[in-house]
Design a protein. Structure first.
Length: 366
């Protein structure tokens, strides 16, 4: 990104030399993203991140197909970047079906297909959940939806899946796919929406003709360069990265079970169906936010529920969808492992959580 910031300051739509350099960097970044996703460069729309990609996919597809039908489908544990635009469409006259999930967070493929009707224009199901790590059977789901109604547009939010599972859209069988750079060590404010050729999409952000009329606004060259590189690395290092985090994650879960009672794992128990870096754990009787504050003092950065809604007093809608009651949901901490984490840190945080929960339980026995 440094050369792009230092020398790629020209407007990629300009005709002067500096603009041409910026355009070349932008084109190269788009080509690299397309190469990683095994799609064509024209199928990559650069955005400001996962939220914008989700909004563009959902509103853009629904509005483009509104003459064909008004029925749209999603599922209960989606990120709010999907749920809120869906709910907005429902307020504007679309008919919204929100599929439930089972106790581990999975959508039932048969139930999803039964919900698809002749007038269903859009189905949006995330590839992997940000709070509980559940990896949906998306390829199977997309195939079944298309068999039921081949004109239904299938979107997936693959923001959390990049670097952990196969995100090639053709292999998944999706028409639209959202990505963001900052979950894979790229810059914040950089994302992409994969748009399969000939998928109807109305632009949401209006103005200039950038991104082949699909997203107006001067492109952020350095951000695109960062996204392209982050995606390349996430894909080429996928096996090594997932092996590292899953080994640490499994060790952390073993340690926690030894240190803390009672304790409860939320989300998939089958590690193969869960993001390798994700643990979501409830410590009944202890406030999750209090654990986070103490962990911060001990030097550990963790979050409860969704990082985006930290500070909210509402229990996580994801945990609620799994059937957790509000008290248990509030006693939950999400622990994500990264490439720089070590086994020594896993032992330290397990000990730290053991001591914190013992202390907090003694203070407020429930
Ligand atoms: C599953 C999922 N979708 C969408 C987003 C939003 O992405 P961004 O923060 O890049 O807008 C996030 C998290 O940030 C996420 O975890």
């Amino acid at each position: 990104m440094i050369p792009a910031l230092e020398r790629g300051w020209g407007n990629p739509s300009g005709i002067y030399r500096e603009a041409q350099y910026a355009r070349a960097l932008l084109d190269q970044a788009r080509d690299e993203i397309a190469e990683t996703l095994e799609c064509s460069a024209g199928e990559v729309v650069l955005t400001s991140g996962g939220t914008e990609s989700d909004n563009l996919a959902i509103r853009g597809a629904a509005l483009a197909r509104r003459e064909a039908g008004r029925h749209i489908i999603t599922q209960a544990t989606e990120h709010h970047a999907v749920l809120h635009p869906m709910e907005q469409l429902a307020r504007e006259g679309f008919e919204l079906t929100v599929l439930p999930v089972d106790a581990e967070g999975f959508v039932d493929v048969d139930a999803a297909v039964s919900a698809v009707r002749d007038d269903t224009i859009l189905v949006s199901i995330m590839l992997a959940n940000n709070e509980i790590g559940a990896i949906q059977p998306l390829a199977e789901l997309a195939r079944a939806v298309k068999e039921r109604n081949r004109r239904t547009i299938v979107h997936t939010d693959a923001v959390q899946a990049a670097g952990a599972v196969d995100i090639r859209p053709a292999a998944l069988g999706v028409d639209l796919m959202s990505l963001t750079a900052h979950k894979i060590y790229g810059p914040k404010g950089a994302g992409a929406l994969y748009v399969k050729r000939r998928t109807p999409l109305e632009p949401i952000q209006l103005g200039g003709g950038q991104e082949e009329e699909r997203r107006a606004g001067t492109e952020s060259v350095a951000q695109a360069v960062g996204l392209a590189r982050a995606l390349q690395l996430a894909e080429s290092e996928r096996t090594a990265r997932t092996a590292h985090t899953s080994q640490l994650r499994n060790g952390l879960w073993r340690e926690l079970q030894e240190q803390v009672h009672p304790i409860r794992l939320n989300g998939p128990a089958d590690w193969a169906r869960r993001l390798p870096n994700n643990l979501n754990v409830s410590f009944p009787g202890v406030e999750g936010e209090s654990i986070l504050l103490q962990l911060d003092l001990d030097g550990f950065a963790a979050s409860s529920g969704s990082a985006c809604s930290t500070g909210s007093t509402e229990p996580s809608h994801v945990l609620t969808a799994l059937g957790l009651d509000s008290d248990v949901a509030h006693s939950t901490v999400r622990l994500s492992l990264g490439q720089s984490n070590t086994e020594a840190e896993v032992e330290q945080i397990a000990r730290s959580i053991g001591a914190i929960t013992t202390r907090l339980r003694a203070l407020s026995p429930v």
